[in-house]
Design a protein around this ligand. Structure first.
Ligand code: AMP
Length: 147
């Protein structure tokens, strides 16, 4: 197997995430490298001006709070899987773009994600795995989820 030294693992906190991290830990051990684990907060601010009058008074989400909560969840997830020494990363955006962009910017040599997560169970390949595959900054391992 190729020697991977900069492995990025995409975790969405779905049930599939347990399979993804188990595979990633195994590959990290074989390559004697620690993992970088990324979670993308998918927050879409209201974009249609037509909804503005309704949303402006009631729609208020604190992005910093979302990131803070996601960081706590990721820390707990890493502790549960004995990955306290992994680099933990939380960003806001669209998962497929943020994952590929981070991999490109940090010269990752392998991305590990689930074939499916919360979005894509009906699809041959989930939308995030498919999107990252299209942007293809490096090798990608889509861990088979489900039947
Ligand atoms: P999906 O596109 O929801 O079918 O997800 C496929 C895989 O993409 C998941 O198993 C995760 O590995 C990854 N993924 C999806 N959403 C996120 C997210 N918000 N943050 C990090 N990874 C994600």
């Amino acid at each position: 197997m190729t020697d991977y030294q900069n492995i990025l693992v995409a975790i969405d906190f779905s049930d599939a995430a347990n399979d993804v991290i188990a595979k990633a830990i195994d590959i990290g051990k074989r390559n004697q490298t620690r993992l970088t684990i990324i979670h993308v907060v998918e927050y879409l601010p209201p974009i249609d001006i037509a909804y503005e009058p309704v949303l402006s008074s009631t729609w208020s989400i604190d992005e910093n709070e979302l990131v803070k909560q996601a960081k706590t969840s990721l820390k707990q997830f890493c502790e549960r899987h004995k990955q306290d020494n992994a680099e933990q990363l939380v960003v806001i955006g669209t998962p497929k773009h943020e994952i590929a962009q981070y991999a490109r910017d940090h010269q990752c040599d392998l991305i590990i994600l689930g074939s499916h997560g919360r979005h894509g169970l009906g699809l041959l390949l989930g939308s995030t795995a498919n999107g990252v595959l299209h942007e293809m900054p490096c090798d990608i391992l889509a861990v088979k989820i489900g039947t």
